[in-house]
Design a protein around this ligand. Structure first.
Ligand code: ZN
Length: 126
């Protein structure tokens, strides 16, 4: 496993920052797990691969290893749903991308714990 402790911590810190309203959620673009593991499925020639959540070295995102490809049906789904339902502006989906209400804060911290647990379970710490 090539994911450094620093990158593991960054994946967790992202959500602590969001809960404090200091960091924005740019989806996969500022998730160190997605940056490390995600690839374009259209490049796949092996149909047995686990979606787009593994990298060229055959290493899989710890969240996908928990059975949640692309973070589907995880606390991240709830975070997105809340943003889309509670924080739409001018009739279009305009994410605040950071916590702006108490529910945002709670959902961000639940996601933080989820990411922590997945890393702890599947990758461990140096
Ligand atoms: Zn909110």
């Amino acid at each position: 496993m090539t994911l450094t402790t620093k990158k593991k911590e960054a994946a967790i810190r992202k959500w602590i920052g969001i809960s404090h309203g200091r960091v924005r959620d740019y989806h996969a673009r500022n998730c160190t797990l997605c940056i490390e593991f995600q690839h374009d499925e259209r490049d796949d020639d092996d149909e047995n691969e686990l979606g787009g959540c593994d990298n060229k070295r055959g290493e899989t995102c710890p969240i996908a290893l928990n059975g949640h490809e692309y973070c589907e049906t995880t606390p991240y789904t709830k975070w997105r749903r809340h943003q889309n339902q509670a924080h739409i502006r001018h009739g279009r989906i305009e994410w605040n991308k950071t916590a702006t209400c108490t529910e945002c804060q709670v959902l961000a911290l639940v996601e933080m714990l989820f990411v922590y647990d997945a890393i702890d379970k599947h990758l461990g710490w140096d």
